[in-house]
Design a protein around this ligand. Structure first.
Ligand code: G3P
Ligand code: CA
Length: 348
């Protein structure tokens, strides 16, 4: 039985179909904001090690592999919807240049927010490639030239899709959504937080479902979601490797501040383990402090085809993080391999 079911047993029984989210519910019940206890496997951009990221096909594969959560990154469209894309731009994961050759901005890039959903649906999603050369970013992944009609999903479609798969499979997979670049979206005239909550509301998602976790790199967004919108959904503060921006979040005082509005942290694992040697940094102060404060720790991104220098196998990386460091979950491009490793370690 997967961990989210242990954590939210009756929520899923009662609420997969009939659900609602009030935007301004008082944040009175801490149980509604709780993240799962057990090792949590988060399918980073879907089963992105095997199929082009952020496609329904990649999400279906991750669901079939028993991911506990599927991770869509979300950006705004011109007509105020949210779609699953990692980048604000479209030109390294789609054929936008071919379909809309005149729609680039002055910088030569094609931005999702300049297109309606109907227009975006005309694009074909491919494996991620390098803008300069057109080469695959991960060279042994799904071939870029194999066009199989994959399109950009909307958040609404993802909600319906995961609900449908949960009903047809009897599983209780959740959605661990990342709001991308809220301050940039605001500069463009959009309010991604508000739009996100409105979509959840209109799709009858309610916090008691345990279906959603929200993550973001921008702490102002998470504070707004918790304090202004008073969402009861669990919030996760992502922490990047740029210490000029995120350094304060890695300190005990910073974590203490994060614990006032978030329920977990999602650091790059390079902040926990020395990139060169694989040694656990600062006697594991970051993870120990987070746990003392009640924050779950979900590092990103475990990739079996892009191991850190110090690891000779994916299993070694998993062992280091889940046994030596004691993280609570992780984002991975290879859900099947993470589950297999965790089973070998008797963690699942
Ligand atoms: O959201 C966790 C991880 O996905 C953050 O990195 O750049 O892959 O969205 P990114
Ligand atoms: Ca992400």
């Amino acid at each position: 039985m997967i961990s989210i079911l242990k954590e939210y047993p009756q929520m899923f029984v009662t609420s997969l179909i009939s659900v609602s989210l009030a935007l301004a519910l008082p944040a009175s019940s801490p149980t509604l904001k709780k993240l799962p206890d057990g090792p949590t496997v988060i399918a980073h951009r879907g089963a992105s090690g095997y199929l082009p990221e952020h496609t329904l096909e990649a999400y279906a594969m991750a669901h079939a592999m028993n991911a506990h959560y599927i991770e869509p990154d979300l950006v705004l469209t011109k007509d105020g919807e949210l779609v699953a894309l990692h980048d604000r731009t479209l030109d390294t994961t789609t054929n936008v240049k071919e379909i809309y050759p005149t729609r680039a901005r002055e910088d030569g890039r094609y931005y999702a927010i300049d297109f309606t959903v109907t227009e975006l649906k005309k694009l074909e999603v491919t494996e991620r490639f390098r803008l300069e050369t057109g080469e695959l970013y991960f060279k042994n992944r799904f071939p870029k030239n194999f066009k199989v009609g994959q399109t950009i999903p909307t958040l609404r479609e993802i909600i319906h899709f995961v609900r449908g798969l949960n009903i047809s499979s009897g599983k209780v997979t959740g959605i661990y959504a990342e709001l991308k670049n809220p301050s940039w979206h605001a500069e463009q005239g959009g309010r991604i937080e508000r739009t996100f909550l409105e979509i959840l509301n209109s799709e009858n998602v309610k916090p008691e479902d345990g279906l959603f976790i929200i993550q973001c790199f921008e702490h102002e967004t998470l504070r707004k979601l918790r304090n202004e919108y008073q969402t009861k959904l669990p919030l996760v503060q992502l922490i990047g490797d740029n210490l000029e921006v995120y350094g304060w979040m890695t300190k005990p005082e910073g974590l203490k501040d994060i614990a006032t509005y978030a329920d977990g942290v999602g650091p790059t694992y390079d902040l926990i383990i020395d990139k060169e040697t694989g040694g656990v940094l600062d006697e594991n102060l970051f993870v120990k402090t987070a746990h003392e404060l009640g924050l779950k720790v979900h590092p990103y991104t475990l990739r079996s085809d892009s191991l850190p220098k110090w690891a000779s196998s994916f299993d070694q990386l998993v062992q280091k993080l889940f046994v030596e460091v004691g993280v609570d979950g992780a984002f991975t491009d290879q859900t099947d391999k993470l589950i297999q490793s965790l089973r070998q370690l008797k963690k699942l």
